[in-house]
Design a protein around this ligand. Structure first.
Ligand code: EPU
Length: 419
């Protein structure tokens, strides 16, 4: 497997463009299952997870062509209703085909996703919601078998805020009979982008972006064109990179207004972040201040930025506490950061970080996407050489992060296996 090798210490300077959002693309591609006709999607990021959802859809008989950011998707004909274990086990978000398949095909067989490095990540709320809408659900041989001659609109309240759960049920409800109300719904910008796509297709969804979403079922949906929103987590990761290297960068296609909490915390740490023309100017300061953070559903601080922010706090002056409230095991990066000299203690769901003067490069690896990104960031700010292996995880969710950082002046390169 390839590795990424970083010699730390370079200031990042220049312009960088954010790619399309992974977590918007995945449900939007799944939503094509709800309609006839030929969709066109633009600003699609070139990521392993996007390739996986394409495989899942192709396996269902959906026609998909394109690359380089543009895709055509035609789900007029669906050949079968099964998402197999081999695909779902590589990406949990494959579960996003469940709601659309049940709504359109009246049945679906989708592998249960199983465990995950960052937590148990159950999908009980997806299933309870579909059952409440009238689907019969059975779990057999590791698969969810769902059937529903008709789905009926219901009034549902989520016990826990779930992003893909909200998306799955919102999609299913578009073709249900009557009105569905989703309470305590996820408010993430990716949920809003999906709702915008569905409304363009002819759905009647109101309130996406608030915690109550109302969906008036319609008979059918049609094909559309849509440009995927930029990735706020990639943008945040690039901001931290500038903060760690006392950089001065301009981020283009930056979803500034979707990043309020992250920007607020980064500014508290001493960074300057201001809109400038067609982008956002980000300037890192010599002195990083310590800031406490608690992950929360949107509009709170995103769990997907927790590992990256922890690297920044590892080099801050003073003590900070980062609490992870979304996933029970999302501190896998800590032991690797400790090997690079970070002073971090875990207490329950909190990490207590005593900032150090410097980190030192080391061979490291991670078993989760955002953890991998955090190790690249740590490498940028470390003395000496850092080698990040298992970059497979990084490629699931960052489009050419190494190339983007190199263009900004980082000393970073990808090394092929065997070199
Ligand atoms: N939960 C349940 N039951 C459910 C569903 C969720 O108890 O049926 C719990 C989870 O265990 C977790 C919490 O609810 O404790 C929130 O999980 P959520 O369902 O919101 O996570 P998700 O939809 O599986 C999405 C993103 C994640 C991101 C989380 C939280 C996509 C494809 N994935 O996952 O992204 O961390 O929301 O914001 O949108 C990533 O990009 O690196 C990533 C992991």
């Amino acid at each position: 497997m390839d590795r990424i090798v970083i010699r730390g210490g370079e200031r990042l300077i220049g312009e960088v463009e954010v790619s399309g959002s992974k977590n918007a693309t995945l449900p939007i591609f799944a939503s094509s299952l709800l309609s006839m006709g030929d969709h066109r999607f633009y600003n699609v990021p070139n990521l392993r997870d996007v390739q996986t959802i394409i495989k899942v859809l192709k396996n269902l008989g959906v026609k998909i062509s394109g690359d380089g950011g543009e895709y055509r998707i035609d789900a007029t004909e669906i050949g079968n209703e099964e998402a197999p274990y081999d695909l779902v086990k590589t990406m949990r978000a494959s579960i996003l085909v469940l709601g659309p398949l049940v709504a359109r095909m009246k049945k679906a067989t989708v592998s249960l996703p199983g465990g995950c490095a960052i937590g148990a990540r159950p999908i009980n709320l997806h299933l309870m919601g579909l059952e409440a809408m009238g689907a019969k659900i059975e779990l057999r041989h590791g698969y969810i078998e769902a059937k529903a001659d008709v789905l009926k609109g219901v009034n549902l309240s989520f016990d826990t805020i779930t992003v893909t759960g909200t998306e799955n049920l919102m999609m299913a409800a578009t073709l249900a009979q009557g009105k569905t109300i989703l309470q305590n719904a996820a408010m993430e910008p990716e949920v809003v982008d999906l709702a915008n796509v569905l409304n363009k297709m002819g759905a009647k969804i109101y309130g996406a972006g608030t915690n109550v979403i109302e969906i008036e079922g319609v008979e059918s949906l049609h094909a559309i064109e849509h440009t995927i929103i930029p990735d706020r987590i990639e943008a945040g990761t690039l901001m931290v990179a500038a903060g760690l290297t006392r950089g001065n960068i301009k981020i283009l296609h930056c979803p500034f207004s979707d990043m309020e909490m992250v920007i607020h915390k980064l500014r508290d740490s001493g960074m300057e972040i201001e809109p400038e023309g067609d982008g956002v100017r980000v300037v890192g300061m010599k002195r990083i201040r310590s800031v406490d953070v608690k992950t929360q559903p949107y509009p709170g601080f995103p769990t997907d930025m927790q590992a990256q922010f922890m690297v920044l706090m590892s080099l801050a002056r003073g003590l900070s506490v980062i609490s992870e409230t979304i996933f029970e095991n999302r501190f896998i990066h800590v032991s690797e950061l400790q090997r690079m000299g970070a002073d971090i203690r875990i207490q329950g769901n909190s990490a207590i970080i005593q900032g150090v003067e410097s980190l030192s490069g080391a061979p490291v690896m991670a078993t989760d996407l955002r953890a991998s990104a955090s190790l690249i960031l740590a490498g940028l700010a470390s003395e000496g050489v850092t080698e990040v292996s298992r970059i497979y995880h990084l490629e699931r969710g960052y489009e050419g992060l190494d190339k983007k950082l190199a263009k900004l002046g980082a000393n970073i390169k990808r090394v092929k296996e065997g070199d």
